[in-house]
Ligand binder design. Structure first.
Ligand code: KIV
Length: 483
């Protein structure tokens, strides 16, 4: 049992992953009426992050993550045989690279793509081939290499290229991705009134016609995996969305991605959008619904989770949350939310990500993109598993689950001191004593008191822990002399 729990990602225990989502007690069945006469979908109560009453935790939290099946469902473009499986679509190399100043070389992109494959993402959006010759070449090489490297579990990621709804973009995307074992074309056109009027200068009718023809064109090239995105869906008119989405399904789209392009929606609203699309779009049962949430209001992770709870089975994310403006939903946050809370609070949703590669992937993307991760960033920030206040340090030294919901080793983070203790002005005697012990000094009583107050004096003057570390090294140096 212990060894299973210590290796949660690849256990062969299946747990309750096959319960149908629709039968799950966390889903309310009361339809919500709508002013325009179209029935709004029943909205899952999980959108409001209320755990179902039957599963309220009996003990406070489990430090160990839930055990999941290693088997990911077979890849079929428009269908997933396990209703709880959520595909991870990584767009670090496309939307992530659109972060100001984040340009990466082809070699760096190839390295990242290899790492994303190890991480176990289902789909890699490798770039926007029509945007530049460099992008075309990078996507092509990723398709040829990473798109054909089947791993020991039989997994190989889909390689996807972005294209606007025009023939040149679509054929260039196909030219790049067609070498992969599982190639995908992702085509998009804006559907919000503001984008159609000012940017495209086209009517609804024209936009529908273009979308339908371009999805058909992508299929005609031999691509049987075509994703369509109505750009700015978060601000698009509902009935128009149902109509255009219904048309592209008929034209052969296999995934419908719903972008909140400007990060405008809030979680219950975005969840409702997905639920409504699921209820009102003709033919929706034959395709996968996807989310693509930007982070302008800092809600991208919450919106993505709300979308998944409402029926999306693909989520578009980036490593470290990089992307246009304030970025995208971050892969590590979405994946760890599903990993930690999927079973108890999110209706059993799960992914195929090998979480042990999270930290390494994050570091690689930070280094290659030049976008450093803020220290307090969830999951991968330098402070995410560091504890400075005395009360927390004392708790950590007694039992790690008091202040940590994830074991850092599970995501590939190995701390130099096991309890993540950072000595600072708020630290207590317990932490100092334990650090001294790590350094080889067993100090008690008055001597510890004396050191403690001298330590506090230094700590109060030094704001940053790394400077603190430097000074405390000096301080411990002098301690050695004292002894
Ligand atoms: O933000 C957006 O709308 C996009 C689409 C191309 C999916 O990046």
């Amino acid at each position: 049992m212990a060894s299973i729990l210590l290796n949660p990602t690849f256990s062969t225990t299946t747990a309750a992953t096959t319960t149908s989502k629709l039968n799950h007690p966390s889903f309310s069945t009361t339809p919500i009426s709508c002013s325009k006469g179209i029935l709004k979908a029943p909205i899952p109560s999980t959108l409001f992050f209320k755990p179902p009453s039957h599963s309220l935790p009996t003990k406070v939290l489990s430090h160990r993550l839930p055990v999941r099946s290693a088997l990911r469902p077979e890849y079929i473009p428009n269908r997933i045989d396990d209703p709880n499986y959520v595909r991870i679509f990584d767009t670090t190399l496309r939307d992530g690279e659109q972060s100001p100043g984040a340009t990466m070389t082809s070699k760096e992109k190839l390295d990242i793509a290899r790492q994303l494959a190890k991480l176990g993402v289902d789909i890699i959006e490798a770039g926007f081939p029509a945007a530049s010759k460099d992008d075309l070449d990078a996507v092509k090489i990723i398709a040829k290499e990473v798109g054909n490297a089947v791993d020991e579990n039989g997994h190989v990621p889909v390689i996807c290229g972005l294209a606007r709804c025009n023939r040149n973009d679509i054929s260039t995307a196909w030219e790049a991705v067609k070498y992969a074992k599982r190639p995908r074309i992702h085509t998009f056109i804006a559907t919000s009134e503001i984008h159609m009027k000012y940017k495209l200068k086209k009517s609804e009718k024209e936009v529908i016609e273009i979308a339908r023809e371009m999805v058909k064109y992508a299929r005609s090239l031999g691509c049987d995996d075509v994703e369509f995105s109505p750009e700015d869906a978060g601000r698009s008119e509902r009935e128009f969305l149902y109509k255009i989405l219904g048309e592209v399904i008929k034209a052969g789209a296999t995934t419908l991605n719903i972008p909140d392009t400007v990060g405008y929606t809030v979680p219950n609203e975005f969840g409702q959008l997905i639920a409504d699309i699921k209820s009102n779009t003709p033919g929706i049962e034959n395709v996968i619904i996807s989310t693509h949430c930007q982070n302008d209001l800092g809600l991208s992770t919450a919106n993505t989770i709300a979308g998944a709870c409402a029926g999306a089975r693909q989520v578009e994310v980036t490593i470290n949350g990089i992307g246009e403006r304030a970025g995208n939903a971050s892969l590590e946050e979405v994946v760890m939310a599903l990993k930690c809370r999927g079973e108890k609070a999110l209706g059993g949703l799960y992914t195929g990500i090998n979480i042990r590669h999270i930290v390494k992937t994050s570091k690689m993307v930070a280094e290659y993109s030049g976008l450093q991760v803020q220290p307090h960033k969830a999951i991968v920030g330098a402070n995410a598993f560091a504890h400075e206040s005395g009360i927390h340090q004392d708790g950590m030294l007694k039992h790690k689950e008091t202040y940590e919901i994830i074991s850092p080793e599970d995501i590939g983070l190995f701390r130099s001191n096991e309890s993540g203790i950072v000595l600072g002005k708020l630290s207590g005697r317990h932490a100092l004593k334990s650090r001294l012990l790590e350094l080889g000094y067993e100090i008690e009583g008055m001597e510890l008191d004396d050191i403690f107050w001298r330590f506090k004096e230094v700590a109060e003057k030094k704001k940053h822990w790394y400077r603190m570390k430097y000074f405390s090294q000096k301080f411990f140096g002098s301690l050695v002399i004292c002894r």
